[in-house]
Design a protein around this ligand. Structure first.
Ligand code: PEP
Ligand code: MN
Length: 358
């Protein structure tokens, strides 16, 4: 490289505030950059004349990365959702219907999944549907329902926020705010969520790489919200037999790259009830920190995603399998949620079956 060009590149790098060390190779010079290198990372080959390649030596998501980045975390992060631990050795199960429908149904499903071993209840009030003609969710009425599910069952609530304008009212009813796969790239929403302390469940975009998922998490972390749980929920693949493929390899990949917990959603990751249990078992075996499972008592009549919903009994059977798998993985596996005692309401029903002594 002509000396004048190299000098110009060095000067421009110094203007960006980094320290530059020149390493002479046989055919090329290498400019080793240290310091606050963020502005340099956005350079790309061809951007500056004479720069053939920019090789980052640490990941572009310093807060999400293990100790290699600027986030000095060497231990997995534990995210507490209203007292329920997720990650760092705690396996957490989120379950409930895709969308909220009738209140009594939501409460019954919540009690059933709690009985089966779920620690968090999910239910959508604002639904991102592919078709504008499909059920869009009960919106504000659904949010009120979530409050009552929490009051009746004690289960913390997971629900989706689709846009910034709804954030305050959704956050008031949620213990864990879900960012759906379609919103993973909504950086304006991520920036707003980054200023909250409410935990966020960040779902992988349908065509997002693991790196893009971690960069989306970086928006949340760098803005100050450290309570982030990632969710693998399947991706589009041109060669797939189905519309979506659950990317099981992403689990160890994500765990290798970040200290954040990762849970898996085999319901949206398959779109078919018969695939949910096998994929959930595989996800537990592959090192997931938890699962998110759609459950409905009458899938055929569900207003949304009934084809992929498990019935409560199927969910309970799956939880048995998951406990066995985690047990078989040995001491390094996350501790499974213990089979919970029946919730007070269910215990009362069991003691006094409907109609008895009346
Ligand atoms: C959901 O969890 O209800 C949902 C719509 O998921 P996703 O954003 O992954 O499609
Ligand atoms: Mn759904």
């Amino acid at each position: 490289m002509p000396a004048t060009r190299r000098r110009r590149i060095r000067e421009r790098l110094r203007e960006l505030g980094v320290t530059v060390n020149v390493v002479e190779g046989a055919e090329r010079s290498y400019l080793e950059v240290s310091g606050d290198d963020l502005p340099v990372r956005s350079l790309f080959p061809g951007h500056w004349e004479g720069v053939a390649e920019v090789i980052p030596l640490s990941p572009p998501y310093p807060h999400a990365a293990w100790g290699g980045g600027r986030g000095e975390l060497a231990r997995p992060t534990l995210v507490e959702v209203a007292g329920v631990p997720v990650g760092a050795g705690h396996f957490a199960v989120v379950a409930g219907p895709c969308a909220l429908e009738e209140e009594s149904r939501a409460i019954d499903i919540a009690r059933a999944v709690k009985d089966g071993g779920a620690r968090l209840f999910r239910g959508g009030a604002f639904k991102p549907r592919t078709s504008p003609y499909a059920f869009q969710g009960l919106e504000d009425e659904g949010l009120q329902m979530l409050r009552r599910v929490r009051e009746s069952t004690g289960l913390p609530i997971v629900t989706e926020v689709m846009e910034g304008a709804d954030l305050d009212k959704v956050a008031a009813c949620a213990d864990l705010l879900q960012v759906g796969s379609r919103s993973m790239h909504n950086y304006a929403l991520l920036k707003r969520l980054s200023h909250l302390r409410t935990p966020v469940l960040l779902k992988r975009g349908l065509a997002a790489t693991v790196e893009e998922l971690l960069l989306a998490a970086e928006y949340l972390l760098s803005g100050g919200n450290t309570r982030v749980i990632l969710c693998e929920r399947g991706i589009r693949h041109a060669a797939g037999a189905r519309q979506v493929i659950l990317d099981l390899g992403a689990i160890p990949e994500i765990r290798r790259r970040t200290h954040l917990p990762v849970i898996v959603d085999p319901s949206h990751g398959s779109g078919a009830a018969y695939l949910v249990a096998p994929l959930a078992r595989a996800a537990a075996a592959a090192g997931a920190d938890g699962l998110m499972i759609e459950v409905h008592d009458d899938p055929e009549r569900a207003l949304s995603d009934g084809r992929q919903a498990l019935r409560p009994a199927e969910f309970a059977a799956l939880m048995e399998d998951v406990r066995a798998i985690l047990g078989a993985l040995g001491p390094d596996a996350p501790s499974p949620p213990s089979a919970p005692p029946p919730s007070p309401a269910i215990a009362a029903e069991r003691r006094e079956p409907a109609g008895k002594d009346r």
